[in-house]
Design a protein around this ligand. Sequence first.
Ligand SMILES: Nc1ncnc2c1ncn2[C@@H]1O[C@H](COP(=O)(O)OP(=O)(O)OP(=O)(O)O)[C@@H](O)[C@H]1O
Ligand SMILES: [Mg+2]
Length: 281
Amino acid sequence: MAAAASPDAVRSDHQRPQGDARANAVVADAVPHVRLAGVGKSWQRKLDTFVALDNIDLCIGRSEFVSIVGPSGCGKSTLLMVIAGLIASTHGSVYVDGAPVERPLTDIGIVFQRDLLFEWRTVLDNVLLQAEVRGLDKAASRTKACDLLAKAGLAGFESRYPHELSGGMRQRVAICRALLHECRLLLLDEPFGALDALTRDQMNLDLQRIWSEERQTAILVTHSIEEAVLLSDRVVVMGARPGRIVHSVAIDLPRPRTVQVREGAAFGHYYAEIRGAIEHA
Ligand SMILES: Nc1ncnc2c1ncn2[C@@H]1O[C@H](COP(=O)(O)OP(=O)(O)OP(=O)(O)O)[C@@H](O)[C@H]1O
Ligand SMILES: [Mg+2]
C-alpha cells in the first residue's frame, strides 16, 4: 500500500508488493493526482436525509489505475461524479493536482455506460466532436483521432456510422472520443457493462493497451471483480448504507496482463479477497 500518499479508510497493507515499482512511484509523488478528504454526499428525500457517501478518504497517484467495486447503490457513480465536479459534495473536499474541485472539470475524459454516440456522424466525426467542442486544432486532432482509433482496433472504420458497428466497437469509439484531448484523468463508469464476456475481454485488453501507452490516471467503476483485478493497480471496495470504502487491495501482477492471468493462483487470491470484502461490507 502506498502508505505515504494513500490514507485510504481501510487498507490491505499485507497485500502491498515489496518490489512494486509503480506503487513506489505513487509513494514518491508529493501531490497525489486525485485526493478525497472526508468526502460525504447526502440527498434530501422529503423528510429524510439519505447518506450516499460517508467520509471517503482516498488518494490516487499519477498514472495509477484504480477500480471501484461494490454492490448496486453503494455510491460508485456518485463518487465518480463528485470527483468530476458534476455533483457537489456535502462534506469534505476533492483535490485534483492539489487544487480543490469546485466546478465541473473540463480537462478529464469520462466514459459512461451508454456510449452516447451521435448516429448521424461517422466514427471519425464522433471522435472529433471532442475537438470541435474544445476548439482544438483540426489537422492535429484528426491525426490523433485516427491514431487512437487504430490503437482501439478500429482502423478502416473511420467512415462508418454508429449503426454499422457492434456494441463493443461503439464503446471503443466513445473511449477514443474521451481520450482525444490529452486528458490526464480518465473516469470510466461501467463502460463495458452491457457487453458479452468475450467482447468484454477484448475491450479490457484494448483499454489496457491504450492506458499503458497514454498513462492517464484511470478510475474505473465496475461490477466485475475479474475486470477490476485484470486492469488495476489497486481495487477499492465500497460498502452500502452509507456508501463508504471498506477495503483496498494493491494488485501486484506483471503487465501487460493477458486474460490467461485469471487462471493463476495470485489472481484467484485477489478475486477471493475482494469478493469476501464485498460480501462482508
Ligand atoms: N439525484 C439523486 N437524488 C437522490 N438520491 C440519489 C440521486 N442519485 C443517486 N442517489 C442515490 O444514491 C445512492 C448511490 O447511487 P449511485 O448511482 O452512486 O450508486 P451506484 O453504486 O453507482 O449503483 P449501481 O452499481 O447500481 O450503478 C443510491 O441509493 C441512489 O438512489
Ligand atoms: Mg452506478
